[in-house]
Write a protein that binds this ligand. Structure first.
Ligand SMILES: NC(=O)c1ccc[n+]([C@@H]2O[C@H](COP(=O)([O-])OP(=O)(O)OC[C@H]3O[C@@H](n4cnc5c(N)ncnc54)[C@H](O)[C@@H]3O)[C@@H](O)[C@H]2O)c1
Length: 259
């Protein structure tokens, strides 16, 4: 994708920014000129992402306006609200780009899945997106600013996956939530889209047995798993005005898997 500073004046909040897709998204958005508020449950990982972004925010005691790291559990209502407050206090404006990448898996066959594994995955993968999308949209609407909200779902939310009833349900929920938010927020100049990655090389998929990965890779028309940067490129397009008339979309980044 052509490199140009398409996000020069944007402030981007990225959750799950300490690893995998969230880190790649942070790097790509910063590369396009955005100031990044990198949030993760793991505060040290978020700080490491900010260090990777370079610029003044990567130094200790970063001046205001530079990239900044935030520690928060976005599945908790109070923490999500506080995160938006902290970001606005730090940068004196709400984020105009919000990318929710925080996510977990707790795989088990339906016949054996515990209520706790169900609840935890729904809380982190779906409730957090409600909390962050709502808090960000409230901040944007009350300040009269336009924005682009991008929620990371999964192709599994569309087609299901053995051992992932909780994960598939959470990711299907993200698609419906995002489409509904797009319908409600369009009149405020806020676009909402979801991205559905296929199998991407990150710490999340490193937990999947190699035998399973080999089998899935054999089904991918492009013949290989994706890189986090493949997802980051699409997120950056959705964050920018190049996608100014796109809202409510669910964009698949799968190498053709399950098309
Ligand atoms: N890797 C893939 O193949 C793939 C495919 C489809 C969708 N996804 C989705 O992409 C997103 C990123 O996944 P990834 O592969 O980069 O995983 P990852 O495990 O590398 O990164 C996830 C990050 O989210 C953070 N996180 C977890 N719970 C959190 C919480 N409660 N609050 C704040 N941060 C939290 C983790 O600390 C971690 O840094 C997830 O939503 C995942 O479901 C990944």
């Amino acid at each position: 994708m052509a490199s140009q500073l398409r996000l020069r004046s944007a402030l981007a909040l990225v959750t799950g920014a300490g690893s995998g897709i969230g880190r790649a998204v942070s790097v790509r958005l910063a590369g396009e000129g955005a100031t990044v508020a990198a949030c993760d449950l793991d505060g040290a990982a978020a700080r490491e992402t900010v260090r990777l972004l370079g610029g003044p925010g990567s130094e200790e005691e970063a001046p205001r306006g530079a990239h900044a790291a935030f520690q928060a559990d976005v599945s908790e209502a109070r923490a999500a609200r506080r995160l938006l407050e902290q970001v606005q206090d730090c940068f004196s404006r709400p984020p105009s780009v919000v990318v929710s990448c925080a996510g977990i898996t707790r795989d088990e066959f339906l016949l054996h899945m515990s209520e706790d594994d169900w609840d935890k995955v729904i809380a982190v993968n779906l409730k957090s997106i409600f909390l962050v999308t709502q808090a960000a949209a409230q901040a944007l609407v009350s300040s009269g600013c336009h924005g682009s909200i991008i929620n990371i779902s999964s192709i599994v939310g569309k087609v299901g996956n053995v051992g992932q009833t909780n994960y598939a349900a959470s990711k299907a929920g993200v698609i419906g939530l995002t489409q509904t938010a797009a319908r409600e927020l369009g009149r405020h100049g806020i676009r909402c889209n979801s991205v559905l990655p296929g199998f991407i090389k990150t710490p999340m998929t490193q937990k999947v047995p190699q035998k399973v990965l080999d089998k899935v890779t054999g089904m991918i028309p492009m013949g290989h798993m994706g890189d986090p940067e493949d997802v980051a490129d699409v997120v950056t397009f959705l964050a920018s005005e190049d996608s100014g008339y796109i809202t409510g979309a669910s964009v698949e980044v799968t190498g053709g898997l399950f098309m």
